[in-house]
Design a binder for this molecule. Structure first.
Ligand SMILES: [Zn+2]
Length: 577
């Protein structure tokens, strides 16, 4: 890895800060970066930022040769809060599982996975692997039920009054804030959906209302729900008595031997910062309001658990534009796997790498994806020419690979826009697609579609799932005799010039020259003449005529691509030859 030029992007600056802090906290130990996700339902594409921000920082640290681990905490021991709408194989009967750990809720009908949590983790883990994101995944169910946190739980119970006192400071503040009109009332639905997957949903501090405060909540050993109330606890014997509001069960257990419950979220998170020695963990805006888990956690980790809060920038919301026909099996929100069906992993990485965490951005599922790809290809050319700005070049380098090496890419990167047009016109026929792609550049013909994959497959998937029906191209089966018969002499002459030039210009560049050149020649200008306003008008009206004759619409795919796709003989016929 070339380290001769210092990086100046946000990732590099955060890595500097994290390495310095890790050296202060635990010299010589691997640097710990962390993400947390709750598999409470489909994991929204926006939640990928929870993983991407620490990934990029951890990856930069590894590139510098410093040992670093990226923990991905699955908050799968959280309670099942509600049945998400629009998930295939799930109906209202799943509400009987509300209050159980996510790992104890059955997977949607037809799923190959053993639980709700596993069902929703699997596509995210597959997406992370495809994107080259290495994590050490931790199941909080496994941690809690195997007693890993036993000492921490007993400690938190002993310290419950001090914990309660810290929480109380913020409860008062939260109440005061709630009494004022909120400035942040408007949270759009997608944002809420995103917050669902982030763990913030369970902003539970264990507050018991009138009863004594306990930071620990058992899951009922009979019905598995967490609708339990701790009624007594003895610090010396660790005997804990609870009753279950859901099924009426009550019992006394020995907490020193009992592994069927968890610390409430606001205590759980700072406990784990201390336990795992996390130095870097960003979180979403939903965690950062007054009295929220991040703010309270910072007090608890230092005052109670003797640790330090991680460096944790707040990251802004990631939106989606488009999303036509988004599968209802995904609950109406796209997940990372949906994005990877229509774009290559390096491009998706780039969208996260090029924006600072506090900048919100949108991921295009609509026609804007073509512009995104154009920008990406333009950046690749600049980087190859050594002309990219340092921060842009850094983002590019972070997108195409990791410390472990480059990600697989497409050998022959034809413009996504053009591939989408070709697939649209050929309705995905491989033979026709290869014929067209082989004619684009006769000096360097595409000989095998594999040269253009996986980008070709992503564009094909975009056409099949996202391209609006009204934007689809249908080449006319027969010439438009009526329109051809109504043409003026000038138009007929232009079409003749175009038809006669086809054979000599049959490549993408050649046809580009030809379609722009015909109106120039008709205007008596040289083929390389600078366009005048009059010429531009003539070109526009000529192009509109070609579209009408070829596809019966005023606009369509770029003309050179369209002509190649339609084929010379058929073009001649449709243009009255
Ligand atoms: Zn119960």
């Amino acid at each position: 890895m070339d380290r001769t030029t210092p990086e100046t992007d946000w990732v590099s600056r955060l890595a500097d800060e994290v390495i310095a802090e890790a050296e202060l906290r635990a010299p010589g130990k691997p640097v710990v970066c962390a993400s947390g996700l709750s598999p409470s339902g489909p994991i929204h594409l926006g939640n990928l930022r929870e993983v991407m921000v620490p990934h990029l920082v951890a990856d930069e640290i590894k590139r510098r040769g410093v040992e670093c681990v990226h923990l991905l905490s699955w908050d799968d021991y959280d309670r099942f809060r509600k049945v998400p709408a629009g998930v295939d194989g799930v109906d209202a009967s799943w509400s009987e599982h509300i209050g159980k750990p996510l790992t104890s809720v059955p997977a949607p009908a037809g799923s190959p996975y053993g639980s709700w949590a596993e069902h929703f983790k699997a596509p995210m883990l597959a997406a992370l692997a495809e994107m080259g994101i290495e994590v050490r995944a931790i199941s909080q169910t496994e941690q809690y039920t195997s007693g890993v946190y036993r000492e921490q739980i007993l400690f938190a119970m002993r310290e419950r009054r001090r914990i309660d006192a810290v929480l109380e400071r913020y409860r008062t503040k939260a109440k005061a804030a709630a009494a004022k009109p909120s400035q942040q009332q408007a949270v759009d639905e997608a944002e809420l959906a995103a917050a669902e997957g982030s763990g913030a949903a369970a902003e539970d501090d264990g507050s018991a209302g009138s009863g004594a405060y306990y930071p620990y909540k058992p899951y009922c050993t009979v019905c598995e729900r967490d609708m339990t109330t701790v009624t007594a606890y003895d610090d010396d014997t660790t005997e804990l008595t609870y009753r279950c509001e859901a099924c009426g069960h009550g019992e006394t257990v020995k907490l020193a031997e009992f592994d069927h419950g968890k610390l409430v979220w606001k205590v759980d998170w700072p406990m784990r910062w201390a336990y795992e020695g996390v130095v870097f963990e960003p979180s979403g805006v939903d965690h950062h309001s007054p009295g929220s888990s991040w703010v309270v956690g910072g007090q608890l980790v230092s005052e109670i658990f003797g640790g330090k809060q991680p460096i944790g920038p707040m990251y802004a919301f990631v939106g989606i534009s488009g999303m036509a026909k988004m599968s209802s099996s995904k609950g109406g929100v796209p997940i990372a796997a949906d994005a990877l069906e229509i774009m290559e992993a390096p491009l998706l990485r780039w969208l996260y790498a090029r924006r600072k965490p506090n900048q919100s951005f949108k991921i295009a599922f609509d026609g804007e994806i073509q512009r995104t790809y154009d920008e990406w290809d333009a950046l690749a050319r600049k980087v190859a020419d050594g002309a990219a700005q340092p921060a842009d070049a850094a983002a590019y380098r972070r997108a195409i690979g990791t410390a472990a090496g480059e990600l697989p890419g497409t050998p022959r990167r034809l413009p996504y826009r053009m591939l989408a047009s070709v697939v649209d016109i050929t309705t995905g026929d491989d033979e026709q697609t290869l014929r067209i792609l082989s004619e684009l550049d006769p000096e360097h013909p595409v000989r095998d579609l594999d040269e253009t994959r996986p980008r070709l497959d992503r564009a094909a998937r975009w056409v099949a799932t996202q391209m609006p029906a009204e934007a689809r191209t249908q080449v006319r089966a027969e010439p438009d005799a009526e329109l051809l018969g109504s043409l003026e002499e000038e138009q007929r002459e232009s079409l003749r010039l175009l038809r006669d030039g086809l054979a000599d210009h049959w490549s993408l560049d050649g046809l580009t020259t030809l379609v722009y050149g015909v109106p120039k020649v008709r205007a008596g200008l040289a083929p390389d003449a600078k366009p005048t306003p009059e010429l531009k008008v003539a070109q526009r009206s000529f192009f509109a005529l070609l579209y009408r004759l070829l596809i019966g619409k005023e606009t369509g795919p770029r003309l050179p691509t369209l002509l190649l796709a339609v084929g010379a003989d058929r073009v001649r016929t449709l243009l009255g030859g």
